[in-house]
Write a protein that binds this ligand. Structure first.
Ligand SMILES: *Cc1c(COP(=O)(O)O)cnc(C)c1O
Length: 403
């Protein structure tokens, strides 16, 4: 076959599940001289920023900001609520759930993992059994990942709340919404979530480097009973800052705050309901294409039941080494970067090359999604990877409002 002319020159597209595409407006907001951190615009901006962040998480409670990534927010949530020896329950549906559990273990928690594998959501019956058996209420928190980005499984957080309520178990319900916030519907207060952790580089469209822990009164009461919480992780001064430096326990991530301000403006101008609706339609277009591709060859969606698919990310399977070959080709030839498979096989295991993921979170629209899907179609044709027909037609029907 004659090698095709390279078509990668032009705007590159990082279609991985985080960091996500950064809007030009966010980049422009960050491109400025160092601002004063003692007075002036940046300091004045904070109350509005906090209020608008809470609106995205649908909470009227508190938020603490951390100059760190999602791993920082994981640790912060635990540092304020869990003592060495406390039990925590981790209903895991992928790598991220397991990793949060590992962070808890490293802080001295007694971690019980309920592993639901890589293709199924949490099984509430099994969680009920564990909570019922814990008559002494030794489990202090349930660490639930809303969307596990490695498997793209969406978990039913309200159902988990209902389980805790039915059993009458007082454990804190903590939700990792790092992948889902601003993509999949999430309602912290209405769903009865006590602690929500998220990062800025996925649905919030800001370069990696900030993360957030939202906490309600129940979580605050647990925090108040801790013997000690390190000055750095303590969420109280960050949430109740009376002076600017307290929000960040030191120097503020100045330029990130400007980027975040703009991203929040974009989200609220569009409207959070519309943001969710846009993600839902774009995700349906992705699934329609993937379902068509899956009708022949080895192409398969990791999550078969559409009820448990996230609107932010899609994990996919192809016979090894085709997933890596496809990713390499579309990046090199088209300027399109697809996500690696995560947590499905160990790096070094040949099976590793049979997984990939698409990010469709944040600053994405109809033509971008059609472009990603078209790039994958072209790549599979070029590489002679067997696949079902009609994927782009199926996606266009969704984008065009016909399906
Ligand atoms: C991205 C992600 C994380 C990790 O965030 P980092 O910023 O890489 O530390 C954790 N949980 C979920 C669900 C994620 O998507």
């Amino acid at each position: 076959m004659t090698p095709p002319t390279k078509l990668a020159q032009g705007r590159p597209y990082l279609a991985i599940p985080g960091p996500s595409v950064i809007p030009d407006a966010v980049l422009q907001a960050m491109h400025r001289p160092a601002p004063n951190i003692y007075a002036g615009e940046l300091v004045a901006m904070m109350p509005g920023l906090v209020a608008d962040l809470k609106r995205v998480a649908r909470t009227v409670h508190q938020v603490a900001m951390y100059t760190g990534n999602g791993h920082a927010a994981w640790e912060a949530a635990l540092a304020n609520t869990i003592r060495p020896g406390d039990k925590v329950l981790v209903p895991a549906t992928g790598r991220f759930g397991l990793s949060w559990g590992e962070v808890a273990a490293s802080l001295g928690a007694d971690v019980q993992v309920l592993d639901f594998g890589k293709q199924s959501p949490m099984d509430m019956e099994r969680i009920v059994d564990v909570l019922r058996a814990d008559k002494a209420h030794e489990i202090k928190a349930v660490l639930a990942v809303h969307v596990d980005t490695s498997t793209s499984i969406l978990n039913d957080i309200p159902a988990l709340r209902a389980v805790l309520d039915d059993v009458g178990h007082p454990a804190l319900l903590m939700a990792d919404c790092i992948a889902s916030l601003g993509c999949d519907r999430f309602e912290m207060d209405a769903w009865g979530v006590d602690v929500t952790v998220t990062g800025c580089q996925k649905g919030l469209m800001v370069p990696p480097g900030m993360s957030f822990v939202f906490f309600n009164d129940r979580a605050e009461a647990v925090r108040a009973k801790q013997n000690r919480v390190s000055v750095y992780w303590d969420w109280t001064p960050r949430a109740y800052a009376e002076q600017f430096f307290q929000y960040h326990a030191g120097t503020a991530p100045t330029h990130h705050l400007y980027g975040l301000r703009t991203a929040l403006d974009m989200i609220h101008q569009e409207g959070i309901e519309q943001v969710w609706a846009r993600h839902a339609v774009l995700a349906r277009a992705v699934w329609a294409a993937c379902e068509s591709w899956s009708t022949a060859g080895s192409f398969a969606m990791n999550v078969t039941d559409a009820r448990y698919r996230s609107n932010a990310v899609t994990a996919l399977r192809l016979q090894s080494p085709n997933a890596t070959a496809l990713r390499d080709w579309v990046e090199d030839q088209l300027g399109l970067t697809l996500g690696i498979g995560l947590g499905m096989a160990a790096p070094g295991d040949p099976a590793w090359h049979g997984f990939f993921r698409l990010g469709h979170m944040g600053h994405v629209n109809g033509h971008m999604i059609m472009g990603v899907l078209g790039g994958i179609e072209a790549g599979m044709r070029h590489l002679d990877i067997e696949h079902g027909a009609g994927a782009l037609d199926a996606a266009a029907d969704v984008i065009g409002g016909l399906a």
